[in-house]
Design a protein around this ligand. Sequence first.
Ligand SMILES: Nc1ncnc2c1ncn2[C@@H]1O[C@H](COP(=O)(O)OP(=O)(O)OP(=O)(O)O)[C@@H](O)[C@H]1O
Length: 443
Amino acid sequence: MNCFSCFQSQKSRRENGSPAVSEIKKQRPGDGNKMVENKDVEIGDIETQSFTFRELAAATRNFRQECLLGEGGFGRVYRGTLASTGQVVAVKQLDRNGLQRNEFLGEVLTLSRLHHPNLVNLIGYCADGDQRLLVHELMSGGSLEDHLLDKPAERKPLNWFARMKITFGTAKGLEFLHEKADPPAQPKFKDPKKYPDMADPLLNKQFPEKDLNQVVAIAAMCLQEESSARPLMSDVVTALSFLSTDTDHMPQLIQPSEEKDGSDEDDKSSDGCRSEESSDDEDRANEHDGDTSDHRYDESSDNEDGDSDSRDHQTVTGSKNFTASSSMKSMDESTVSSARKNSRRLEEFTSNGRGSQYGSVSSYGASSRSSHCNASLRHKSSNKSKNSSSHKSSTGSKLEGSPVSTSGKSSSSSSRRTRERNASSSFSSSQDLEDETGSVKSQ
Ligand SMILES: Nc1ncnc2c1ncn2[C@@H]1O[C@H](COP(=O)(O)OP(=O)(O)OP(=O)(O)O)[C@@H](O)[C@H]1O
């Protein structure tokens, strides 16, 4: 996730005394906000200035390198001075292969209607030919990222109070977008189909969508409001061990010849030794499912509903001719097996999650079937389900990646402590630290 650019423009500083947020530049058609229907966009509806490309080229001195303010996932941003008014602005030149004209105008229309002291104002746009540019008011103080991460050694770090002011301003901007803007912003986490839009654009969507869903599920579980409902790190490690395994090498992890013959070989890891962990794992799986099969159980159950993961499929049915590399052999087979189970549960978590993502935390626990970690999750989840409405709202706000509480809508279910926590910095409160510590201890 990228930082918000939180430094106010001179205008907003004068008006509000708190930082501006360039959240609006994050909103793109399909990003979660119900954008204005593109087909309905008429240039006349757009209440912001239209610039020619020539005007913006002149403003930025032909997009000179010295005028470059920064670069984001969608293009470069230049400092410019508008000849007509002398106003200093930020000109964002979107990548050429970006939005279609109508799509772009839909975005411009939406952005032009958002006015809030903590949001960077859209001043105008340019849609000449295939050019797509947005002109924003300039955040003269630079971005929050500049101040936090790219700070020159000689510049003093932001003090605590400044950070709280920025957080407060950010929250107000987000509050406006989520609760007052028309149409209101929708958290992307509500719809798994939107997850790919949140990944780093530099990845160019080159990742398995299913794995991304699972990463989101892991993050969602880790971010649950109550520390007791968060997964054990061992669960997280196991799940990640699966996700971090190169798909191309997966067929090498479990030798199909060992799996198919149903002999004692099945119970051995690739070095011929059956690990204790592996044994426990299987016993637990059998205990919960009444299934006497071995690792194959997991592979087949992963695929049994027809939603086959090519990786799993390959692992089960992969060529018998492959030669396991020694490095892959050394990987603990039980870890892989256990990771697959977790992967499956994570998948259930995300797929159940449509619309009632947080409620499905309980079903995640209820469907747990193997490790002691998951037995623990089950226990936690059942506690949790007693308070599921509170969970939904408070977690929902955290999942949006901001400390913004949706307490206006969920105050009946949010505890005072939750609201206080959400209103303060998301990670640094002593209460959070206590919770974290408690959580680690209880493990
Ligand atoms: N209105 C502005 N005023 C001053 N600098 C800006 C402004 N908008 C953007 N910048 C600078 O340009 C950089 C790139 O901004 P941009 O909005 O394109 O991407 P981002 O917010 O960093 O990330 P992304 O858009 O990929 O999520 C910012 O990091 C910031 O340094």
